[in-house]
Design a protein around this ligand. Structure first.
Ligand code: PXP
Length: 238
């Protein structure tokens, strides 16, 4: 059975829309743990558009399950990771202009920088995962680097326009998953997974962990909305 890593970035996105103190991703992490999250995932981006340095520091002190930090391979991020020491760092690509992480980290094109980041994280005693596309070339390179885990990018599967395309993408993921398993690396997957499309990915042989953010945060806003309105109305009428 795969475990669930809950990505709470978008709780911070909402807070940053007003640059206020609510909603606090630290509270969201605690609630996610109460709901059964096996890991809390945050992406500290170079432009700090959602998660802030303070969030990471406090989460390191409060999160009781695995804390997974998504980070770019920049020297700044690797230094922060080595200092804060999350349980795991997932190396991801990052471009300022993107709305979200588009595509996996190309660890073939950036092999030297990735190897350097992997070495520094390993020396700091932090488990390392690489967020890559489910291509044989990328997976071979990850195996070569001797990392602990591989997170396969499920964006193409999630964005498939028809059932045939979706099936083809699932087969691709399944082949990638088999390679990761055969190399005895931990297997994870994520990006664009929703309440509607998650099941076939969760059922892939050896799937260890799914990282899901946007869909969970979106549903949380809606399932909590009625109660939030009720509470405000009660205050106004009291
Ligand atoms: N895994 C990784 C490596 C990611 O970068 C992201 C997005 O931040 C996710 C999983 C979660 O994606 P989503 O928000 O679409 O569920």
């Amino acid at each position: 059975m795969s475990s669930l890593g809950v990505n709470i970035d978008h709780v911070a996105t909402l807070r940053q829309a007003r640059r206020t103190v609510e909603p606090d991703p630290v509270w969201a992490a605690a609630l996610a743990e109460l709901g059964g999250a096996d890991a809390i995932t945050v992406h500290l981006r170079e432009d700090r558009r959602h998660i802030q340095d303070r969030d990471l520091e406090v989460l390191r002190q409060t999160v009781q399950v695995k804390l997974n930090l998504e980070a770019a391979i920049s020297p700044e991020m690797i230094a922060i990771a080595c200092r804060v020491k999350p349980d795991q760092v997932t190396l991801v690509p990052e471009r300022r202009e993107e709305v979200t992480t588009e595509g996996g980290l190309d660890i073939v094109a950036h092999s030297l920088a990735v190897a350097e980041a992997v070495k520094r994280l390993r020396d700091a005693g932090i488990a390392i995962s690489l967020f890559i596309d489910p291509s044989a070339r990328q997976i071979d390179a990850a195996i070569e680097l001797g990392v602990d885990a591989v997170e396969l990018h499920t964006g193409s599967y999630a964005n498939a326009m028809n059932p045939q395309d979706q099936h083809a993408r699932l087969v691709e993921l399944s082949r990638g998953a088999a390679m990761v398993r055969l190399a005895s690396l931990q297997l994870a997957a994520g990006h664009g997974l929703t309440y509607r499309n998650v099941e076939p990915v969760a059922k892939l042989n050896g799937m260890g962990e799914l990282n899901i953010g946007h869909s969970i945060v979106s549903r949380a806003v809606l399932v909590g909305f009625t109660q939030a309105v009720r509470e405000m109305k009660a205050l106004i009428h009291s």
